[in-house]
Every structure is written in structure tokens, then in C-alpha cells.
Design a protein around this ligand. Sequence first.
Ligand code: ADP
Length: 381
Amino acid sequence: MAEITESAVRTVLETVIDPATARSVVASGMVSGIATRGGHVAVTLDVDPARGPALEPLRLACEQAVRAMPGVLSATAVMTAERAAPPPPPMPSARPARGGHGHGPGHAPGGGRIDVPGVKHIIAIASGKGGVGKSTTAVNLALGLAANGVATGLLDADIYGPSMPRMLAVKEKPESADGKQLKPIERYGLRTMSIGYIVNEETPMIWRGPMVSSALEQMLRDVQWGELDVLVVDMPPGTGDAQLTLAQRVALAGAVIVSTPQDIALVDARKGLNMFRKVAVPVLGIVENMSYFLCPKCGERSEIFGHGGAHEEADKLGVPFLGEIPLHLDIRTTSDSGHPIVAAQPDSPHAQAYRNIAGRVWKQLSANQRGPRSAPRIVMQ
Ligand code: ADP
């Protein structure tokens, strides 16, 4: 069988036209790399991060065109934002007073602070590493806010592994009335958006730092969030450059850090805390997830990981401790089946624990709230 050459692949890619420019991906300089091995071909497309997920059909078209070449066994096209990426904005030296939503001297020059008109407070739910229950906390905290009368939205910014399609059982694609802005998908009284609603789960994608930032920017700016008291942003896990850029660029009113009680997770939580401190975003507090094991059969409580570590750590670091959530099968099964526990079992003690955490978060946010608008009433039990 004839060897597949780079130039043959390039020739085929010349037939793939970017509708935005009416030029081929080759002619517009988008193809930054072609690698072939046996019948396997990998193409790298260097793209303008501002166009973000809108380029997904073009990426698929490239794959299809290459896959159709005789002798090609597999074809993968990945998008990067290497050349087109603007440099990350410098650290703001000062930030506006809280509640100011990014107007004034805190604006990062160049990138500009991402603000959402109509949304009073944007808060980030973050963790130092993956798998600690950040997304579970984000969705149940958002539901806890909504249950208490706070108009709440939920944005899944975990672009590497969006979990909202699963946690909220969303199968439909968001619609757009005007072809410009997407309508958020409503679930359990929350307005929600996730990159996972738009992009197929199996789609391989390399979202480099600037790309993550631009996708998030689009999901903040190009979604009809409407009037909201709080927009809860489920951040990508970890404390790398992409996360730092998000923490810096989004006009955050505060951050909630989720940790498990193990020492190692707490070290990661401290990294998360330092990241927000670096960009002067107030940390609203730490949630200890999988705090203790509550036996679903006998109700016995076992402190598997030496519970209480996050509370001590919060005290040591001078940030509020927002509460603890046990490791419980119902929490896992409800969120993994698309009916998070605060919505599915509102009378359960777990739902109450999340509502209490939501109450503590709201108390801090509303303390910073200006203006005559009366705050929704939070019931703490
Ligand atoms: P992260 O966002 O930090 O990666 P997830 O929220 O996706 O973590 O949680 C990872 C897994 O752990 C999921 O299957 C979730 O259902 C489960 N999980 C999270 N918190 C709890 C808990 N308190 N009790 C039981 N299972 C949990």
C-alpha cells in the first residue's frame, strides 16, 4: 500500500473550506502540523481562540476529508491556539472593591475582565485536584441557593471534563433565538450551560490555556443568563495556568474550595487558596467533601479519612469553614443519574447540609451586595 505523505494530506486539506473566510484551512494558514505513521494521520489546526467551539464543525470536516483518503486507517484533527493566542493578561496590581464586578482599576489590560451584565455575583467552585467532588458540590450548592429563593445559574467551566450533561441528565442542545446568543438549559430551577451541551463527549480536543479562557468567555458572554443573583462556575480542577487565568479574568465575587479530609487533598486545597489570593479573589470558604462515611444501612458514622482536617485547615488559613458533606451512596447515585440530591431528596439530611452551605455562601455575598434590592431569605436549620 502506498505510503501516505504529508503533502498528500495537505492536498486533501486544501479542499476543506472555512466558511467564515471562504478559504481552505491550508490557505488560511490554520494547518500547523501533519504527522503520519502507517495509516494513521494527525493534523494540528492552529486557530483563533476567539472563535472557540464554533470551529468544531471545521475540525470534523478535516478529519472526515483525511479519513476518506485511500489507505488512511485513522485521522485525528486537534485544535490548538498556540500562535493565535494573545499573551495572558498581566496580574492586576489592584482590584476594585468587592461587588464592583470588575469595573475600574482592577481591569486587566489587554484581556479585559469578563463580566456578565445582569448577574450580581459570579462565584467559582474550585479544587486543587480532580475527583474530590467539586462538580457534585457545585451543582448541589447551586440547587441549595435556588431552594432558598436565590436566582441562580450554573456554568460548567470544566472544559476538560464537563460533568453537567451527566449530573443534570441534559441530552438536548441549547437553542439560539437570534443565532448569536444561546439560551441556557433550565433544570430544577437553575439556568445552566456547559461545553458538554455543545460538544460531543467523545470529541478529542486539546484546549490549551488561552482556548479554555476563550471558551469560558463565550459561555459567559454569549449565553442569555438574564437577571441572576448568583452564577456558580464549576472550574476545571487544579491550579495550573488555565485556572489562574480564569480566576484572574472572570469578575469573581468569591471562590469556594472543595477538599476531602486527607492530608494530600488539603495540600492541594491550599494551592487553590493561594491561587485565588494571588489574584485577590476572596475565598468564601472551604467545604469538606466525603468528610465521613455514613452507612446507608445502619446509619453508623465512620471517619475513614480522619474527618475534620479541612475545618482545622480553614481555621489555620483564616478562611471560613462552610460545612461538611458525608461520603454517601445516595449522593453519588443521585448526581450520577442526573437528579442531584438537593433536588431529588430535598428532605434528606444531605440536602439540608448543602442548603446550609449555600446559606453561608449567600450570607457572605449579600453582605457585599449594594443597593436597595432586598436579599432573598435563607432558612438555616
Ligand atoms: P470532581 O468534580 O472533583 O472531579 P465529582 O463531583 O465529579 O468530582 O465527583 C467524583 C465522583 O465522586 C462522582 O461519581 C460523584 O458522584 C462522587 N461523589 C462526589 N461527592 C460525593 C459524596 N459526598 N458522596 C458520595 N459520592 C460522591
